[in-house]
Design a protein. Structure first.
Length: 184
């Protein structure tokens, strides 16, 4: 075996592929990539790397109400409540993310309800997650730790979105970590 077509033949045999490839040495596998039409500067080193160890795991996660998230995004026409920007996906469709002000999982145990959700661009979603953004529960003014264009602006709230003051206070104190942000 000295060309890429030989490897493709082995892979197409499915059940026998692992047995056939396991018989090859690392050097032989690297040589397969240096076949007649291949670039000799780019040998298939990844083929020579042994498979990484794998571990079977079980994971538990909170099931989110995706319909609610979609409804919230449509309510705001996929516009970030913080900066007013609309992002676009690969096909040109509008893109926004639903952010839970008080996170759903442990230890926060926030509810999956409209009063706990903001519609944000990916950047401001990350900023909320990292505690870089806070919102005054009384005035709805946005406080951003480094983005002057957003700091001091007012959060956009669509009618009939009833945003929870309690979740904003929780975020400001626990996530953003500032008593100052919850009272300004």
């Amino acid at each position: 075996m000295t060309d890429i077509e030989a490897v493709q033949d082995i892979l197409e045999m499915k059940t026998e592929a692992d047995d056939e490839l396991s018989k090859l040495t690392s050097k032989e596998i690297v040589q397969l990539d240096s076949a007649k039409d291949a670039d000799p500067q780019e040998p298939a080193r990844d083929l020579a790397t042994p498979d990484p160890d794998r571990v079977e795991t079980t994971r538990s996660r909170v099931v989110r109400n995706t319909d609610l998230a979609h409804d919230m995004k449509r309510m705001y026409d996929y516009v970030c409540q913080t900066c007013g920007d609309t992002r676009r996906g690969p096909g040109g469709d509008p893109y926004a993310e639903a952010h839970h002000i008080r996170p759903l999982g442990n230890p926060h145990d926030g509810p999956d309800e409209p009063g706990n959700i903001l519609v944000l661009c990916p950047n401001h979603h990350a900023d909320f997650d990292y505690g870089r953004l806070a919102v005054d529960p009384e005035t709805r003014h946005v406080m951003h730790t480094y983005e002057e264009a957003v700091d001091g602006t007012k959060l956009t709230i669509a009618d009939p979105h009833d945003l929870s003051d309690n979740h904003l206070e929780y975020h400001n104190q626990i996530i953003a970590g500032s008593e100052k942000q919850s009272t300004e």
